[in-house]
Design a protein around this ligand. Structure first.
Ligand SMILES: [Zn+2]
Length: 285
C-alpha cells in the first residue's frame, strides 16, 4: 500500500454475502414425494429450500417411492439424492405435539430424527421445524442441549431475522398467504431499494396436490427468483453466515480486519465491497 493510503472512514460488515440486500429462504415440511416437484422447479430457478423430514415416516423399501394420488412419503434411500444442494432438517421421528411430551421423549424425538437423517445425508443436521408449529418453554430448553441451531414455528413476523429466540423462529409468511400474496409481498419489499432483510416462505408440497394447484409452485415462487441483489440460501446458511459475520474482528484503528470463521464475509469499506476470506487477516489501508 502506498503511503498516501488513507484509513477507511467506515467499515460495515454486510448482512449477506457479496453485499446482497435481501436473503430469500424457504422451507417445506413432512417429506412427501411431492417435494421432488418443488426441488426440480427450485433447481431450475436457482432457489434454495430447507426440507424438514420425519425419519420415522420415510418408507424403507430401498427403492424410490412412487408418486400416487395420495400423500406418500419418500423412501429413505432417495433422501440424499432428492434434496442434494438443499438442506435436510429435523421434523422429529413421528410428528408428535412436542408441547405434550416430557423432556426425555422430546429429546428422543429430536435426537433420533437428527441421527437418522445424518445417516442418510452424510452431514451434521442442525436445523428444525416444529410439528404442528407446537412448542413450549420446556421444548426450547430441551432443544438447547441438543445442538439445534434454529427451529421454525408457524408464526409470522415482518422482521423475521435474526430472531430474538432462534428456537422459536417465525417466518415471513406461509406460501398461501393472501392479501397480500407472497409474490405481492416480495415485490413490495424488493421494489424498495432501501429495504434489506430476510424473506422467508414456508409450506408443504402436498398443499399444491390438495388444492390441485401445481401451477402454484411457479406462481408463488418463480417471482422470488433471478434477482441479482438477492441471496438465495437455505435456513442453516442464513444462521451460519450470521454467526460468522458476528465473529469478524475490525481493528479499532480501522486498518485491519480478521475473519476467524470458515466462511467468506463481505465488508463494505467506504462504499466498496471487499471479500474477507476465511481465516484471513486483511489490511484495509
Ligand atoms: Zn409437519
Amino acid at each position: 500500500m502506498s503511503s498516501e493510503s488513507t484509513v477507511p472512514a467506515r467499515i460495515e460488515i454486510c448482512r449477506f454475502p457479496a453485499g446482497k440486500r435481501i436473503a430469500v429462504t424457504t422451507s417445506f415440511d413432512d417429506g412427501h414425494t411431492f417435494d421432488r416437484r418443488v426441488v426440480e422447479a427450485f433447481n431450475a430457478w436457482g432457489l434454495k429450500g430447507t426440507f424438514n423430514i420425519n425419519s420415522g415416516k420415510l418408507q424403507r423399501t430401498g427403492k424410490p417411492a412412487v408418486e400416487s394420488g395420495t400423500r406418500t412419503y419418500l423412501d429413505a434411500s432417495e433422501v440424499a439424492e432428492v434434496y442434494r444442494g438443499h438442506e435436510v432438517a429435523i421434523h422429529t421421528v413421528t410428528h408428535p405435539w412436542l408441547d405434550r411430551l416430557d423432556a426425555s421423549q422430546i429429546a428422543t424425538e429430536v435426537l433420533e430424527d437428527r441421527k437418522a437423517l445424518e445417516d442418510l445425508v452424510g452431514y451434521p443436521v442442525r436445523g428444525m421445524a416444529y410439528p404442528f408449529g407446537a412448542f413450549s418453554p420446556q421444548v426450547i430448553e430441551t432443544l438447547r442441549g441438543l445442538g439445534i441451531v434454529y427451529s421454525r414455528t408457524c408464526e409470522n413476523a415482518a422482521n423475521c431475522f435474526p430472531p430474538a429466540e432462534p428456537l422459536a423462529w417465525a417466518s415471513t409468511a406461509h406460501q398461501y398467504a393472501s392479501d397480500p400474496t407472497v409474490p405481492e409481498r416480495f415485490e413490495k419489499l424488493h421494489g424498495n431499494a432501501r429495504y434489506s432483510g430476510v424473506f422467508y416462505v414456508w409450506g408443504h408440497a402436498f398443499e399444491f396436490f390438495d388444492k390441485n394447484d401445481w401451477a402454484g409452485i411457479e406462481r408463488i415462487y418463480k417471482p422470488l427468483s433471478g434477482h441479482a441483489d438477492v441471496w438465495y440460501c437455505t435456513n442453516i446458511e442464513l444462521f451460519d453466515y450470521e454467526e460468522a459475520r458476528r465473529r469478524v474482528q475490525i481493528a479499532a484503528n480501522r486498518k485491519t480486519a480478521f475473519n476467524p470463521s470458515a466462511l467468506t464475509i463481505t465488508l463494505n469499506v467506504d462504499g466498496k465491497l471487499v471479500d474477507l476470506p476465511p481465516g484471513k487477516l486483511m489490511t484495509l489501508v
